[in-house]
Design a protein around this ligand. Structure first.
Ligand code: ADP
Ligand code: MG
Length: 289
């Protein structure tokens, strides 16, 4: 596009809530047919709520004690799952002891020393909690994210957290399909939770259990097949994938790191912004012909 067309496009984008940080990305967007998209905070609200605490076999700690230790360890974290866990502890009026030696691994979990105990919160698979209790989990937990709580290296409980799909997501996905895009979900969450969200939305493919590095590898894999790849995400865990994508789109309500890594930022933080950005990029390119 000509500089004039691009400046006009950038101005129209700003009015529509699409901040264009990289004008070349706006041009590349018009030819992209592959959208890789994060689940938590992008397709969903990213404000999960704690819906269950299941003590591990042989663990005799009370539910409130399990929650107190988990919340204390998560208190320094800004992750949505951490906020859900500390929020639930607060709602129960639990006093949280300080966390020492706190460390967070993006896309994996946190560790800290609380009341002299080594506390870890990790993906449930790693804590061995993916095995369902006898009788199976209630259907309402099918889309739940499961987090394992380990105390001094032993599995003490599984926490279930549920997030809701943004009300604007279903229509936006349908519109993206109409515009000719293939929509692929990439998430750090477990397979079951990912498929329970992706199925009703008509998402074309699902990659679950992803790490920040594997999200980036997936972008590169599609590029190696000659595709122009859009990646949309909101988190610290999405930053490497955003940096590798041909067009990177961050949710305006997301982390600063995601916004810094992106070429386009959606002010209102929902997927209608991607639809607007695609219309804008196609119109901007047309205006030079
Ligand atoms: P997503 O790709 O869905 O945005 P993340 O990559 O941030 O999710 O996290 C992937 C998984 O790692 C989560 O589903 C959870 O099991 C675990 N995890 C990440 N951060 C935390 C945390 N602060 N506390 C507990 N579990 C976490
Ligand atoms: Mg996310």
């Amino acid at each position: 596009a000509t500089p004039v067309a691009l400046v006009t496009g950038i101005g129209r984008g700003a009015q529509a809530g699409v901040l264009v940080k990289d004008a070349a990305a706006l041009e590349r967007l018009s030819s992209a047919r592959t959208l890789l998209i994060d689940k938590t905070g992008t397709l969903t609200e990213g404000r999960p709520a704690l819906t269950g605490i299941v003590p591990a076999p042989g663990c005799d700690l009370a539910e409130d004690e399990l929650l107190r230790l988990a919340a204390a360890a998560e208190a320094p974290s800004e992750h949505p799952l951490a906020r859900a866990i500390t929020g639930a502890a607060k709602a129960r009026g639990l006093a949280l002891p300080p966390a020492e030696n706190f460390a967070a691994a993006p896309g994996a979990g946190v560790t800290a020393i609380v009341s002299g105990k080594q506390i870890q919160l990790t993906r449930a698979e790693e804590g061995g909690a993916e095995r369902r209790p006898a009788g199976g989990a209630p259907a309402s937990q099918d889309s739940a994210t499961l987090v394992a709580l380990l105390i001094d290296g032993r599995h003490a409980a599984t926490l279930a957290l549920s997030d809701t799909v943004k009300p604007t997501t279903p229509a936006a996905i349908a519109e993206l399909h109409r515009l000719g895009l293939r929509v692929v979900m990439v998430t750090g969450d477990r397979e079951g939770a990912a498929r329970a969200i992706a199925g009703p939305l008509g998402i074309d493919a699902v990659h679950a259990g992803a790490t920040p590095a594997s999200k980036q590898q997936l972008v590169r894999g599609h590029q190696a097949r000659g595709e122009t790849v859009i990646f949309a995400g909101d988190g610290l865990n999405d930053a490497p994938a955003l940096a590798a994508a041909d067009v990177s789109i961050a949710m305006g309500a997301g982390t600063d790191v995601a916004m810094a890594s992106a070429g386009l930022v959606l002010v209102r933080g929902d997927l209608r912004g991607i639809v607007k950005a695609i219309h804008l990029s196609r119109a901007t390119l047309r205006s030079i012909r």
